[in-house]
Design a protein. Sequence first.
Lengths: 218, 392
Amino acid sequence: MSPVLFELLLRSIWETILMTAASGLISLVFGLPLGLALIATERGGIAENLWVNRALGAVINGFRSVPFIILLVALIPVTRLIVGTSIGTWAAIVPLSIAATPYYARIAEVSLREVDRGLIEAARAMGGNRWTIIREVLVPEALPGIVAGFTVTLVTLIGASAMAGAIGAGGLGDLAIRYGYQRFETSVMVAVVIVLIILVCGIQWVGDRLVARLDRRG
Amino acid sequence: MIGAWLSGAGGPLLSGPLSHLCTVETDSEMNQHVTAELADPVNIAAAGQEDVVRLVDLKRRFGATPALDGVSLTVRKGEILGIIGRSGAGKSTLIRCLNGLERPDSGDVFIEGREIGRLAERELQPLRRRIGMIFQHFNLLSAKTVEDNVALPLKIEGRPKAERLARAAELLDLVGLSEKAKAYPASLSGGQKQRVGIARALAARPALLLSDEATSALDPETTRSILALLKDINRQLGLTILLITHEMEVIRSIADRVAVIDAGRIVEQGPVWSVFAEPRSEITRSLLGGIRPQLPAEIAGRLVPGAGAELILRIDVAGEAARGPLLSDLAVAVPGPFRLVHGGIDHVQQQPVGTLFLAVAGDDERHLAEVIAFLKAREARVEVLGHVAGSV
């Protein structure tokens, strides 16, 4: 592989990491509260409100049912509004975040639902309010699942970011298509695949270690 | 240890917020209370000030099924009231009405004289801190250490961290788990988990402790130690305890009074020993079945109403009547053979409660009448169960 190509590979790795990390972080910041809102407003939840619950569910399902490549293009006006441009790595972070947030909200919802209702009842019996229940019971008890779900989301984002090449976002997927596929640079293709494997394994390993440390359920 | 626990800052034993609960009611006062309550509705209101809990005609339905169908009940300061019933009898709904986890459809719930049934959730929250609760499945937070679990009610109250941890340490000492302060609940046995649950329930110095089948998930030996701990806490701190259970053994071990609930109604209530001695309802008799002597099945299977060689009598005797030499007096007063087939005398709340099954000759009407007359004169209840052909 030529030094120029190697340079390109490094830049692509950085772009992929940037896209994954930024959109991952955003999906965590918005997805977890969204997951909490789903759990809180469902029937028998701590802030039962079935209309809000259905509306949230419908919006989440709507975004989740649109294939990412379509979302990428359909969201171009929104992206331009937020970032100022519809092209490049930062521009890709907008659709990636919008796709990953509802995805992560559903994963968080599943973990939060697994928290024993008896624990919520115990916190209520102690005089805890909703905020106490969220802060002291729901989130800490679901934390292993919340972290494991975040790991899954990050890995999914690495895959999705490969498609962001379509809007000139760069990244490893873009590199593999333009050089590895269209210019028959097999070494680039192989390098990209190896880097992706290392990235995914690394994220999964860190995530698993963290979950193991957090899980006190014995 | 308990003194320090009560006063917090090492003051006199009964200076803590629970000290007013430590007044001792004598038996006669209690009895007057009972009579007054039965006889005179005006006195109920007067007596009400001593009641930690007063329920008036509580009703709650789930769909078409009534879970509570007009429950009225009082829990007096410093007593242990046991509510027993089969599963589905409404006990869980009842206990949850006491801290507002469940809302009654109608009726009043007075806690320390204040009606809480219609309070908003936000108004209930500070009130719930006056009521500790322990659960069948302990409900400890797995992500928190033992001491953080115990300190949680104080954190909810907004107490500073140092105070919370000091109090958690006192309470863990009280329940004998000081060395487990930094452990996580998953590493504890069931009995230890319930001890943590008890410590947590006491953290905010409650006026009332609710126990929701607290020993139902524990083995018999652990159950005994947990019940002993609850009794200790009741005695030493004067803490009022309301417990629900489906096990008569629990009632016998620690309750002062028992209320039997069936299909959402209180079918009978009274001091434990008197309900044991004289159960009035079928459900109570059936719940008592496991721990009171029953006619052995092979004899019961051979009972016939007509004539037979022997006649089986069931004799129930309790209190003073059970302290005397009943059987030897019977032998002297009414000559003629009788045999003790089965039975025994139990001691409930220091009161003897006996059930004896006697076999007497089946063909001598006069002898039988004398035996019954003698026993009735001794305040025993006698029931003729039937004849048995041949010897038993």
